[in-house]
Design a protein around this ligand. Structure first.
Ligand code: DX5
Ligand code: ZN
Length: 221
């Protein structure tokens, strides 16, 4: 698959001027924005909810890629659908019923993603692959930006890509999230990822166009 997408994560943006922050990466050519939703239970941090997604939806036409780090996401999925999300990703570890949650998302016409923490294996993939558009392989433990990529996740990305092809779902996107920067992006791409979430590598850099160009260059090198 030839698709490659950079998805800046607004977790590392300045929330005091979020519209300007998002505009800075959209103007630099990004058409995916990654929105990290944390509930203080599944992960030890609290961020934003559907109101932020609907505010972004009113101002931007780009793909809003919503990553729910939330216990029992089933209860909050409808609010994010209503808010205007385009992709909603739930964590396998956050629900007893990942299949049902994925179907809830798909039944609304949105794209559904399944996220796996670094310590979670691919055992469920054969049973869930029919119901996903995207597999999010966490390359750090979720909860915070600015962490280092965990090297053991590289072999999981490669296995996931292999299994998806074998299952006849080679078109499922593999997204990677955590510690993606100029030094790691090529490795995760070679392993089989094609959507690259980057928080601090984009928003900690004052020149967003330059930060994105560096990532693209490292990806293509
Ligand atoms: C971590 C979040 C990430 C985070 C990545 O729990 O899911 O999306 O923003 O941040 P960086 O790119 O700084 O590792
Ligand atoms: Zn994320």
């Amino acid at each position: 698959m030839n698709v490659t997408k950079l998805a800046p994560s607004i977790l590392s943006a300045d929330f005091g001027c979020l519209e300007r922050e998002v505009a800075s990466v959209v103007e630099a050519g990004c058409d995916w924005i990654h929105v990290d939703v944390m509930d203080g239970r599944f992960v030890p941090n609290i961020t934003m909810g559907p109101l932020v997604v609907s505010a972004l939806r009113r101002r931007f036409t780009c793909t809003l890629d919503v990553h729910l780090m939330v216990e029992q996401p089933e209860s909050i999925i409808p609010a994010f659908v209503e808010a205007g999300a385009d992709v909603i990703t739930i964590h396998q570890e956050a629900t007893h019923h990942p299949h049902r949650a994925l179907q809830m998302i798909r039944n609304t016409g949105l794209r559904a993603g399944l996220a796996l923490n670094p310590g979670t294996g691919l055992d469920g993939l054969p049973y869930l692959a029919d119901d996903i558009d995207l597999l999010l392989v966490m390359t750090v433990n979720p909860g915070f930006g600015g962490q280092n990529l965990i090297p053991a996740t590289l072999s999981k990305i490669a296995s996931a890509r292999r299994q998806l092809v074998e299952l006849g779902h080679g078109d499922v996107l593999i997204e990677v999230d955590g510690g993606i920067n100029e030094h790691t992006i090529r490795q995760v791409h070679e392993a089989g990822a094609n959507v690259f979430v980057a928080g601090s590598a984009v928003f900690d850099h004052p020149d967003r166009a330059d930060a994105l160009a560096r990532l693209t260059k490292a990806l293509m090198s």
